[in-house]
Design a protein around this ligand. Structure first.
Ligand SMILES: [Zn+2]
Length: 167
């Protein structure tokens, strides 16, 4: 591990199940963590990475759906409309793909890395990633959406995660 990459916590790690606390203010130490998270996300070829996934129980995440990195602090999803079911993976749940039902369009209020209050209405992949990462801040992960069929399909992987938790 270099200074600029962080260890990603895997399903079973209790850190992933805690409800995160709001960020008070983004300062220089927070920006260092944010930059390291962006680098870690890019190196892992992920489209999003939430703070609890690297062991930090605070309400922020980074994402990049192909338009460059975005930093989302203290997100509040205010409006939701439509429904869309699509497959999702997660850097903390390797080798598992779950079909997840999400809102098609959302409006989210958040702070950016310069402590500016932002409002964003979006749909498609960006809306999906924001909902997925906001779930992480509440201790929720894609395995929680698994159907009975998916639980059978990914039985081996899911049991491995539980085994790790007991260690
Ligand atoms: Zn995830």
């Amino acid at each position: 591990m270099t200074l600029s990459t962080l260890r990603i916590r895997i399903c079973g790690d209790p850190c992933l199940r805690k409800k995160c606390v709001p960020v008070k203010e983004v300062g220089s130490s927070e920006r260092m963590v944010i930059n390291a998270m962006i680098e870690t996300m890019h190196q892992s070829k992920g489209v999003g990475l939430a703070a609890p996934q690297v062991g930090i129980n605070q309400r922020f995440f980074v994402l990049d759906v192909g338009d460059g990195p975005m930093v989302i602090i203290n997100p509040e999803i205010k409006k939701k409309s439509g429904l869309c079911v699509f497959e999702e993976g997660c850097l903390s749940v390797p080798e598992v793909i779950i079909m997840v039902r999400r809102s098609e369009e959302i409006t989210v209020y958040y702070g950016d890395e310069n402590n500016q209050t932002m409002e964003l209405t979006c749909n498609g992949l960006l809306a999906r990633v924001i909902q997925h990462e906001t779930d992480h801040l509440n201790g929720v992960m894609i395995v929680d959406y698994a159907s009975d069929e998916e639980k059978v399909t990914f039985k081996e992987q899911l049991e491995n995660f539980e085994a790790e938790q007991k260690e």
